[in-house]
Write a protein that binds this ligand. Structure first.
Ligand code: BES
Ligand code: ZN
Length: 649
């Protein structure tokens, strides 16, 4: 028994505090600042990079620095102070190479002591192998005038564009100088843009051509995965005192109209959690191949155009990404097994903001119900796997060692994490929990933390705030569930169902459709009055009951609501996946519409369920046809979906 307790303590106090997805010696030496210099050659899809490192030694003696790299060409490493060239070699494991990359071992040529600063520079080159980067031809852009480049570093992709300590537990400031070779290209990074200089291109470039030098600086410490860049014929339009939208010119007015309330969204979140300390907040609407809905790059959220629906129903993604300014970007998870420290807290804050935005808590609960449906389906799926890793993805502490950390990514850290925080809030009360979250932010501001840090912090805080009697009761109610909630692979110990009037109508309609076996329910037209998230709940509940959905029901649903022709991709992808799964979409025209959809939307959440539903042959064919359109990360995930399919279905 004692041993079990000791092991558990070790697990909670020490073992979780290790990032198993980095090859770097980040406990011995820690990045303080990076200065990045990039020369973009977008026509050839190559970037010449040079990075100056400022590192602080935390070991008694340090003679080597180990950095993470992924498929890049290191040219040379030297001390900028005296020009001394440093020896280096790459340690590579053939299996890990594709998953997580390699270890770059730099010999410092001398021994550094605790507290000393090490500064060196690395010159290197990257190209299309950099899985963080998407290089696009002018023909793939909206404006068709120039090439386009954007990055996606979370989780462990930054190491493919910069050699560094690619772990969320190390935070540093950065500055950057980016040189373009075309006057058309505008550049933004996840920091403040300083002055831009024009210069005349010499040498091999077109004569008399003017290009730009952009400079950036971020003085708030961030982890590697929050470094981001976008370069293309993009422009910026203000949406308020501190917010703006950035995109190519073709659709910028539409994007600006949809996101005109950005300033208010920041305000709603500030009202709950405290000051937004990053300065400005801008959203880049990227090309449709961007693999996520949104990515919280500091000061510069990246987003997929599917969030622009025309009726502002997709803006909750913006609210979510703004919420990361506190949870994720200010307090960051220590390692990728603790992703809920980012995403669970972020969803919790997002839904506080949505409460103000929707002016109706019931509609927020509808989002939580959609989340629950998807979480429960995933827990079942993961639990039925034979693979120990996949099984662990149902918990809030997925196994990630020796794997690409992205493998464990799912909606579990979002919804299981949200549910845990919702439960904790209920154990005290809303106001107290709000105070607790503010105190948590203050304590871990600009630091990284994990589940045991949160537990320890919460208990200490409660002990000070509550009466002895209340504390004993609350602690017991937390201790009864916390470890299970985080580590167990089954359902969370308690699950709030969030039933409410706004969802009751939806769920009744779902049942009426199923009971009707193809006959339209009497009140079927109430669907048209539903908000977008109620429609999502409608489709996700049908999906949950897909065994009961006959072809006759599908035909009738289509006839009633014209679901295949909706404009909202959040609804379309659910309907399309259901259409394939229920065999409604076979050779009918619907399959053509679905094919067209996966050719213009590259957001993984939306294309993955469709590829999962397709048979191997069709999936392979569609994938090959759209290969050039998809982002490297989307390619990776579709390829693994196809690989897991059996040929005879
Ligand atoms: N940080 C995530 C995106 C991410 C997670 C990228 C893990 C790479 C690895 C982002 O904040 C996010 O959660 N985006 C969601 C939208 C949100 C409203 C749930 C998405 O892309 O769908
Ligand atoms: Zn998120």
């Amino acid at each position: 028994m004692k041993l079990v307790i000791i092991l558990l303590l070790c697990h909670m106090l020490y073992c979780v505090d290790v990032d198993k997805n980095t090859f770097s010696n980040y406990k011995d030496v820690k990045t303080q600042h990076l200065h990045i210099e990039w020369l973009l050659n977008l026509n050839d899809k190559v970037v010449d990079g040079s990075v100056e490192y400022t590192l602080k030694v935390f070991a008694n003696q340090l003679s080597e620095v180990h950095l993470d790299i992924y498929k890049m060409n290191i040219l040379f490493i030297y001390y900028p102070s005296n020009g001394q060239v440093l020896k280096y070699h790459v340690e590579s494991d053939p299996i890990q190479k594709d998953e997580q990359g390699d270890k770059l071992v730099i010999e410092l040529g001398q021994v550094y002591k605790y507290g000393e600063i090490v500064k060196f520079r690395i010159k290197y080159q990257i190209g299309e192998d950099a899985r963080a980067l998407s290089f696009m031809d002018p023909s793939q852009t909206d404006d068709k005038k120039a090439p386009y480049l954007f990055s996606q570093c979370e989780a462990n992709n930054c190491r493919s564009m910069i050699p560094l300590q690619d772990t969320p537990s190390i935070k540093f400031t950065y500055s950057a100088t980016v040189i373009t070779q075309s006057p058309l290209i505008n550049v933004f990074m996840s920091g403040n843009r300083l002055q831009t200089q024009k210069f005349e291109l010499m040498g091999n470039y077109e004569m008399n051509s003017i290009a730009n030098i952009f400079q950036f600086e971020l003085n708030i410490k961030i982890p590697a995965y929050l470094i981001a860049i976008v370069a293309g014929t993009v422009e910026e339009r203000s949406t308020g005192a501190r917010t703006a939208v950035i995109s190519e010119s073709k659709n910028i007015q539409k994007y600006k109209d949809e996101l005109e309330d950005l300033d208010q969204y920041v305000q709603y979140l500030e009202d709950y959690i405290g000051e937004y300390k990053w300065g400005s907040y801008k959203i880049v609407i990227l090309p449709a191949s961007f693999p996520f809905g949104g990515m919280e790059n500091p000061l510069l959220t990246f987003a997929n155009p599917t969030i622009i629906v025309g009726d502002k129903s997709g803006v909750s993604v913006a609210v979510h990404e703004i919420a990361h300014s506190w949870f994720g970007n200010t307090i960051t998870c220590n390692n990728w097994s603790n992703m809920w420290i980012n995403e669970g807290f972020c969803v919790f804050l997002e839904r506080k903001g949505l409460k103000t935005l929707f002016k109706d808590i019931n509609l927020v609960h509808v989002n939580s119900q959609v989340g629950n449906n998807e979480m429960n389906a995933l827990i079942k799926e993961f639990n039925s796997s034979q693979d120990d890793f996949v099984k662990s993805y149902a918990s809030l502490h997925p196994k990630t060692e020796n794997h690409n950390a992205d493998d464990s990514f799912s909606t579990i850290p979002y919804e299981r994490g949200f549910q845990l925080l919702y439960y904790l809030e209920k154990q005290i009360n809303e106001t107290r929990f709000q105070q607790l979250l503010k105190a948590w932010l203050q304590e871990y501001e600009y630091k990284s933390a994990d589940e045991s840090d949160f537990y320890r912090f919460m208990i200490l805080w409660l002990k000070v705030q509550l009466s002895a009697e209340e504390f004993t009761t609350v602690k017991k109610s937390i201790d009864n569930v916390y470890t299970k909630w985080v580590y167990d692979y089954g359902q969370p110990p308690i699950q709030e169902t969030f039933e409410n009037p706004a969802s009751k109508d939806v769920l009744q309609l779902v049942n009426a459709w199923i009971e009707g076996k193809g006959t339209k329910p009497q009140n079927y037209q109430i669907f048209d009055g539903f908000k977008s998230n109620q429609k999502q709940l409608f489709l996700s509940s049908l999906t949950e009951k897909s065994k009961d959905i006959t072809e006759a029901i599908m035909v009738s649903l289509e006839d009633a609501y014209h679901l295949s022709d909706l404009r909202d991709a959040e609804l379309l992808f659910r309907w399309y996946a259901l259409s394939i799964n229920t065999k409604y979409a076979k050779d009918t025209t619907n399959l053509q519409k679905i094919k067209a959809f996966v050719g213009v939307v590259g957001r993984m959440k939306m294309v993955n369920p469709i590829y999962k539903a397709l048979n191997k042959e069709t999936a392979t064919q569609w994938y090959q046809e759209n290969y050039a359109f998809y982002h490297p990360l989307t390619r990776q995930s579709i390829e693994s979906i196809i690989k897991s399919k059996t040929i005879i279905e």
